[in-house]
Write a protein that binds this ligand. Structure first.
Ligand code: PHE
Length: 362
């Protein structure tokens, strides 16, 4: 080097840079760093980058070589050379890491679509929402009745005994009241035992003629098993006009079970409900065995689905309606039952447990 002078050291010859009195090796380190920066940054792929990086900081790398020979210098020089080399080493490592990231991203992009998205990685599956079977069938039934001119009405779940019983021709001292295993609240109200209470409330408004359905929850003092719960859903129906007949009831309800359950054969049996006269039960041919008899229909070949009947004159009278002028029919489907039949569910409790594995099957 032109501007250098020679200084004799006991152990070896060091070339000092004239200008700032630093060992020349320092500028050598600067030069190495410059080379490293240029070479690493111009590497075209990760392999090349790794090779070049190794030439600087690997076992036989240039910086490593300098550190290896550091014992040849005086204590004061060791300090300067050591810290300069370490600084350079860190800097080279930083450049290497940055470049490596950049090259890996490019290579990752090339290996897939060139846009950095790897279409071969399995996607994450998002399960879409779906309706609870009860809601789904409720909506289906509501649409069906709406198409026949029925309106949807609601009533309170906590009811007075007047609307739950008296107004439905079930007086307090009458043994028929025992049929509805009732929870009595301390304040004298009852969680309604059926949606028929909504019949009484609707009639009282006297907006005649009327066609309504009233879906909702009901409560009974039942021991819970596969076919009984203390809480269940019913859908009440009421059709009142001046000349409604039993044949209207038959026609509409037969159409309902055909539409909702795909029922083929139906039959009506006489039954007693204090608020209808005559009272009937609509049965459908067992959808499971086709009428041959099975465990589900208790070997009768029939399944009871809709209790119904012509509105009892007393019910009209309680509501202040003249039974000579108006007639009507009413029905009360056990709604959970319809859902069970429709989806072939053999345990009512499954509908209310909120078990996703079960519910997502429908
Ligand atoms: N409310 C009756 C019950 O819960 C069912 C029913 C409704 C029967 C309407 C006839 C008419 O058992």
């Amino acid at each position: 080097m032109l501007n250098s002078c020679l200084k004799i050291n006991a152990k070896r010859l060091i070339i000092y840079n004239d200008m700032n009195n630093e060992p020349e090796i320092i500028s050598e380190i600067d030069k190495i760093l410059e080379d490293a920066e240029r070479l690493l940054n111009s590497s075209e792929n990760v392999n090349e980058l790794d090779d070049r990086f190794r030439n600087f900081t690997g076992k036989k790398g240039k910086i490593t070589g300098i550190l290896h020979n550091i014992h040849l210098y005086s204590a004061e020089e060791k300090k300067i050379i050591g810290s300069k080399s370490n600084e350079a080493k860190n800097r080279i490592e930083n450049i290497y890491n940055g470049k490596k990231k950049e090259l890996s991203n490019i290579e990752y992009g090339k290996s897939s679509t060139g846009r950095g998205i790897d279409l071969t990685i399995p996607g994450s599956y998002m399960e879409g929402p779906h309706k609870h079977p009860i809601t789904a069938v409720l909506e289906e039934a509501s649409d069906f009745f709406s198409s026949m001119g029925f309106e949807i009405v609601e009533g309170p779940e906590i009811e007075t005994t007047h609307y739950n019983f008296d107004a439905l021709n079930i007086p307090a001292d009458h043994p028929a009241r025992d049929v509805w295993d009732t929870f009595y609240l301390l304040n004298g109200l009852v969680p309604r035992t059926h949606t028929s209470s909504v019949q009484a409330r609707t009639l009282e408004k006297k907006q005649l003629p009327l066609r309504v359905i009233a879906p909702g929850r009901c409560y009974r003092y039942e021991a819970v098993d596969a076919t009984h719960l203390f809480m269940f859903n019913q859908m009440e129906g009421l059709f009142v006009d001046k000349n409604v007949r039993l044949t209207d009831l038959k026609g509409i309800l037969e159409e309902t079970v055909k539409n909702l359950l795909g029922a083929r054969k139906t039959r009506f049996r006489p039954a007693f409900y204090p608020f209808v006269e005559p009272g009937l039960d609509l049965d459908i041919e067992c959808v499971f065995c086709g009428g041959r008899g099975c465990g589900i229909c208790k070997n009768t070949g029939w399944i009871e689905v809709i209790p119904c009947g012509m509105v009892h004159p007393n019910v009209f009278k309680y509501a202040g309606i003249d039974p000579q002028e108006y007639r009507g029919f009413a029905f009360g489907m056990g709604f959970d039952r319809i859902v069970m039949l429709k989806y072939n569910i053999n345990d009512l409790r499954l509908l209310y447990q909120g078990n996703i594995d079960i519910l997502k099957q429908f």
